[in-house]
Ligand binder design. Structure first.
Ligand code: FRU
Length: 451
């Protein structure tokens, strides 16, 4: 048998990040520095299933095309290397800087349970003076001792108003805590955060509301996407919302946002692990979701977090098929003849007197039911309220995933699937009446792995 070429295997996602081989889970250490986005990831360098946790590493200039580098941080006597974050130490608060380049610092959990000699879970740091190419562990590790049995997943950022580093850390149950530090090496506890029904991989970040830089709120986020919107004064996070959720798909987990995106760009970019996908007989296991931009916008329900694919998806747009003002009837299928493998579909649909509208992708339905106002895809559903009797949908289809974004990111649903390879069918439908396609663009996509 001829060996399948790397990145061209049958079930290899073509525009979602996967490790060349073996197991991957959470995104870690997301840093932007000098034109490069760094994506570290929970990785088993030597097995197709979870274990031997190490930070794998990939670099991109556009968050779409990735090059995998050698593994960055490997297990040691303090434990295996669990999830964490990364920052640029612009002011050399650590004193690690040796030359012109600012130092990149990774803050991670030493999972003592898996150390050669079992020890508690603690937090450690490592740094790079060469743009992330090589990493040195701090000789004084750990930098934060054990506070709760499996405490883990430090997410760190520089808090400008109080001139200190802040760490959000998962403790246990639904409890998290915040810590402060002048130098990333010594940490003191600031406060506690309780996020019901959430655990692991916290994130805490500030966003303008409705793009107004003078009016900001903070988001406190847990691994399953549950989050609060509130305020943060450098010590305490105070929730001003109920527990909210934007992402409702089957597989999105442990999302993290990038640190140090320059103010000239100012976007809050996030990537998630698509936990639990199936990749039979593949050299790799698990994939990332497509990177998203997060924004806060005022809705009829209050301020909500919106999540939509980054505009850099356009770097892989290939052929565009476009329609405007077309009747959508139960009989017609406008998309007959377009091959449904790698797609970015964008539609605005006026619901008319239809009972349901949607798309069929390789035998799976993305279905909006008008009476119940629910959007469904791959066994999951979410409430989506039409605006002026219209809904908008963006759908990213890759070989093993479908990601649906309703009403410009008000709702997102990221799910894995394992399609029948022979079925490349694509359809758009209305049932029970006639709807109207205000606009529809279907972009066929290039593989992000092709040169
Ligand atoms: C989340 C998680 C983290 C942990 C890591 C281990 O998926 O359980 O809490 O650090 O994975 O791989």
């Amino acid at each position: 048998m001829i060996e399948e070429t790397l990145y061209q295997e049958k079930y290899r996602p073509q525009f979602h990040f996967t490790a060349k081989k073996n197991w991957l889970n959470d995104p870690n250490g997301l840093i932007y520095y000098d034109g490069e986005y760094h994506l570290f990831f929970q990785h088993n360098p030597s097995g197709i299933n979870w274990g031997n946790m190490t930070w794998g590493h990939a670099v991109s200039t556009d968050v779409v095309h990735w090059e995998q580098f050698s593994h960055a941080i490997e297990p040691d006597e303090l434990g295996t290397i669990f999830s964490g974050s990364g920052v640029v130490d612009w002011n050399n608060t650590t004193g690690f800087q040796t030359g012109q380049e600012s130092v990149l610092v990774a803050i991670y959990t030493s999972a003592g349970e898996f150390a050669p000699k079992e020890t508690p879970y603690t937090q450690s740091i490592a740094y790079s003076v060469d743009r992330g190419r090589t990493w040195t562990k701090y000789e004084g590790n750990s930098v934060l001792s054990n506070l709760a049995k499996g405490n883990r997943d430090p997410k760190v950022f520089w808090h400008k108003p109080t001139k200190k580093w802040v760490m959000a850390l998962y403790l246990e149950n639904n409890d998290f805590a915040l810590f402060g530090s002048p130098d990333l090496k010594s940490w003191t506890k600031l406060s506690d955060v309780h996020l019901p029904d959430a655990s692991e991989c916290p994130d805490l970040f500030e966003l303008p509301v409705d793009a107004d830089q003078n009016r900001t709120k903070w988001v406190f986020w847990g691994a399953n996407g549950r989050h609060f919107i509130g305020t943060f004064d450098g010590e305490h996070f105070d929730a001003e919302s109920d527990v909210l959720q934007t992402e409702h798909g089957a597989n999105c987990y442990a999302a993290q946002t990038w640190s140090d995106i320059p103010s000239s760009d100012n976007r809050r970019l996030q990537i998630a692990w698509m936990s639990g996908g199936k990749y039979p007989d593949m050299p790799f296991n698990q994939q990332m979701a497509f990177p998203c931009e997060l924004t806060l916008r005022t809705t009829a329900d209050g301020i909500r977090l919106f999540r939509k694919p980054v505009k850099e998806i356009e770097t892989i747009h290939k052929r565009r098929h476009t329609w405007n003002d077309e009747k959508l009837t139960p009989a017609a299928n406008l998309l007959d003849g377009i091959e449904g493998e790698l797609l970015d579909i964008r539609a605005e649909i006026e619901l008319g007197d239809a009972k349901a509208v949607g798309f069929g992708v390789r035998g799976e339905n993305i279905h909006f039911d008008i009476d119940s106002q629910r959007l469904a895809c791959l066994e999951k559903s979410a409430s989506l309220q039409p605006i002026n009797e219209r809904i908008s949908l963006q759908i990213l289809v890759d070989r093993t995933s479908i990601e649906v974004f309703g009403n410009d990111g008000r709702v997102s649903m990221c799910s894995c699937f394992l399609p029948d390879m022979a079925d490349r069918s694509l359809k758009i439908f209305a049932s029970g009446g006639t709807a109207c396609i205000v606009s529809l663009d279907v972009y066929e996509l290039h593989s992000a792995w092709s040169p």
